[in-house]
Design a protein around this ligand. Sequence first.
Ligand code: ZN
Length: 278
Amino acid sequence: MRGLDKDVSVVAAARADRAEIERFHTHRYVDRVLHDEARGIDYLDNGDTPVFPGLYEAAASVVGAGLDGLSRVMSGECRRTFQPIGGLHHARRDGAAGFCVFNDLGVVIESLRTEHGVQRVAYVDIDVHHGDGVFYAYEDDPDLIFADIHEDGRFLYPGTGHANESGTGKATGTKLNIPLAPGAGDQTFTEAWTRVVAHLRAFQPQFFLFQCGADGLEGDPLAHLRYSPRVHAHAARSLCHLADEYAAGRLMAFGGGGYNRGNLARAWCSVLRELVNV
Ligand SMILES: [Zn+2]
């Protein structure tokens, strides 16, 4: 792992402006974040997502970093980005959830469409929690190709992502949810991953987003899967190859969750090593 920082350009986060945040979020919700911070309200939701001084600026910087990465990829300055503080996949268009204030992924998806003319986007999520904020925002969108491997919602927050949730209306079949039983490890993941690859190949996306949460690793205090960092390397390598094949290499990776610091380092360095070397 050592020396990886010398193989990448490290860029400071820019802050997204309000109009950019509102490509995904409602005006009313952005107002609420500002007002709740000013008033010192305890939580944006029912007790998961705390308000603190500087909250808006921090959340807007997460979105800004994503948009900065997107513009660098679209300009051809680089093919791939990795944003460790990002991938806040639980936030909804009109509300916070699960530690997530603004959904940087949603803003990037909207920006791909409205600012860059890229319509068919793959969203792949291996965080241990279901990416409900992205899934339900695009459940009926046939051009958002969604694949999510997570711990079964019967045992873990947010309780969604069942195998029969495959998209609605014209989008039926564009979404793949694969819940795993508590205790599942690398072999189960690798078997599930072959289905993700087949799903992505069937739709040939023009751009790849990868939420690579580290909370599926064994020893995470919030969840119950038993991955090793090989899972993250395997998924990252595979997505690099698919992005090269279908999307001129364009791939943005986002750190997502993870509540054991050693696991964060191991999982994210595994991803970054593949992004640099493949
Ligand atoms: Zn998570």
